[in-house]
Design a protein around this ligand. Structure first.
Ligand SMILES: Cc1ncc(COP(=O)(O)O)c(C=O)c1O
Length: 384
C-alpha cells in the first residue's frame, strides 16, 4: 500500500514514537497527577516534560498553558467556546476553514447571535489582507484562522493578519493542523494568542493527541468539569492551569508518544528543505503534465504544504480515489475533506477533489508509481 493520505493522519510513525509508547505501557500504567506514589509521579513528570517541549518549540511562554486534548477539533472547541461571548461580538475567519473551526463558529452564531465574516481566500494575499482590514470593526473579538488549507496546501498570510489583530486588541487563534511539524511556528513572535495542533499529522505522533497552547493572560472557561487530581476539596473547578482546562484522566501513552515525536521534530526542524517539500514539487509537476487535469492551489515554485489537489475532467473525485485504492493500492482522499467552505471557493462542491498528501517517509519511487497509475487512469477515461 502506498499511503498518500498524510494530511488526514500520518503513517508510518517514527520507531522512537512506537518504542517510547510501548516501553511506557510495559512499565507504567498509573494515573498521572492522581496519586503521590512513584509511578503516578513518573507519569506526571513525562506529561509536564511534554508541556515544556511543546511550549519551547512553539514559542509559548508558560508550559502550564500547554493543554492536552484528544485531537485538534476538541482543542479548537475549547479555544473558541471557552471565550466569553455576547450578541454584538464579531469573528473573522477565512473561507478555507476546516469544519473544526467553522462548526463551532456557526454554533456561536446560533447560540449567541454573534456575526462571523468568512474572508475569501483565493491564493491572492493582497486581496485577502485588504478584505480582512475592511471587515475588522470595533466589535471584532476574535480572528480564527487556519495556517494552511487542508485541501490545496496553500499557506495563509497569518503573520500580517495576527499583527494587525494585535494592533486592534483582537484575540488571535491559529489552527496549525496542517503546518505543525512541517514549518516553524512561534506564538510570541507571530502574535498568536492561541495555537492548536494535532499530534497525529505532520508531527508524526499518535492519534488521540492534540494541544492548545495559550499565550499571555487570556482566560478560558472550561468545556468540561470534573476530576483534576489536585484541589479535590473544592466543589468548583480549580482556577489553576492546566487543571482548570483538563478534567479527567489524560491519554498518558499518547502523550509519551507525542513527547518522542516533538523531540524528533526538534532535531529535524532546521532542515533547509524538508523531504516532503521536494516530493511535492515532483508530484505537482507530474500531475500537471497529465492531460485533462485541473490542479487547485499554487504551483510547485510557491511555498506550500505537501498537499496536491486535482480533478480529472468532470469525473467524480471519489471514483478516482476508489480506482487508485482498489486497483493500484494507493490511498488518497477524495470528496470535501471536512471543508465544504473551501469547495465553495474552488467551485468543486459537487465533484470534490482528489487530495494527495505526502509525508516524510514517502519516497520518489512512490510518487513515480502514483504518476504512472494516474497516466493509465487518465488515458482510460479519455477512451470512454
Ligand atoms: C485544517 C484542519 N483543522 C482541523 C483538523 C481536525 O483535526 P483532528 O482530526 O485532529 O481533530 C484537520 C484535520 O484534517 C485539519 O486539516
Amino acid at each position: 500500500m502506498i499511503y498518500f493520505d498524510q494530511a488526514a493522519s500520518s503513517f508510518p510513525k517514527p520507531a522512537k514514537v512506537i518504542e517510547a509508547m510501548t516501553t511506557f505501557m510495559q512499565e507504567n500504567g498509573a494515573n498521572p497527577g492522581r496519586g503521590g506514589h512513584e509511578m503516578a509521579q513518573d507519569a506526571n513528570r513525562v506529561i509536564n516534560r511534554t508541556r515544556e517541549v511543546a511550549s519551547s518549540l512553539f514559542g509559548c511562554s508558560n508550559p502550564r498553558k500547554a493543554l492536552f486534548y484528544q485531537n485538534a477539533t476538541v482543542a479548537l472547541n475549547q479555544a473558541i467556546q471557552g471565550l466569553t461571548w455576547k450578541k454584538e461580538d464579531h469573528i473573522i475567519a477565512s473561507s478555507v476553514e476546516h469544519n473544526s473551526i467553522r462548526r463551532p463558529l456557526e454554533y456561536l452564531k446560533r447560540r449567541y447571535g454573534i456575526s462571523v465574516s468568512y474572508i475569501d481566500w483565493c491564493d491572492d494575499e493582497e486581496k485577502f489582507l485588504e478584505a480582512v482590514t475592511n471587515k475588522i470593526n470595533s466589535n471584532t473579538k476574535l480572528i480564527a484562522m487556519t495556517h494552511a488549507s487542508n485541501v490545496t496546501g496553500s499557506i495563509l498570510p497569518i503573520d500580517t493578519v495576527m499583527k494587525q489583530a494585535k494592533q486592534r486588541n483582537i484575540i488571535t487563534l491559529v489552527d496549525a493542523s496542517q503546518t505543525a511539524g512541517h514549518m516553524p511556528i512561534h506564538m510570541q513572535e507571530q502574535k498568536i494568542d492561541m495555537l492548536v495542533f494535532p499530534g497525529h499529522k505532520g508531527l508524526l505522533g499518535p492519534q488521540g493527541t492534540g494541544m492548545l497552547l495559550v499565550e499571555g493572560e487570556l482566560d478560558l472557561t472550561p468545556l468540561h468539569y470534573g476530576g483534576t487530581g489536585a484541589f479535590s476539596e473544592y466543589p468548583d473547578q480549580p482556577d489553576q492551569w492546566p487543571e482548570k482546562l483538563e478534567s479527567g484522566t489524560l491519554n498518558t501513552p499518547g502523550i509519551v508518544g507525542l513527547h518522542a515525536a516533538l523531540i524528533a521534530y526538534e532535531e529535524r526542524k532546521n532542515e533547509i528543505v524538508p523531504r516532503e517539500t521536494m516530493l511535492t514539487k515532483q508530484l505537482l509537476k507530474g500531475v500537471k503534465a497529465l492531460p485533462g487535469i485541473t490542479c487547485y492551489g499554487l504551483g510547485e515554485t510557491a511555498e506550500r504544504m505537501p498537499v496536491v489537489a486535482f480533478n480529472v475532467n468532470g469525473v467524480d473525485s471519489q471514483e478516482i480515489a476508489m480506482i487508485l485504492d482498489s486497483h493500484y493500492k494507493i490511498a488518497v482522499r477524495a470528496g470535501l475533506h471536512c471543508s465544504p467552505l473551501t469547495h465553495e471557493t474552488l467551485e468543486t462542491s459537487d465533484q470534490g477533489v482528489v487530495r494527495v498528501s505526502l509525508g516524510r517517509y514517502n519516497t520518489d519511487k512512490e510518487v513515480e508509481t502514483f504518476l504512472s497509475a494516474m497516466k493509465e487512469i487518465v488515458i482510460a477515461y479519455e477512451q470512454i
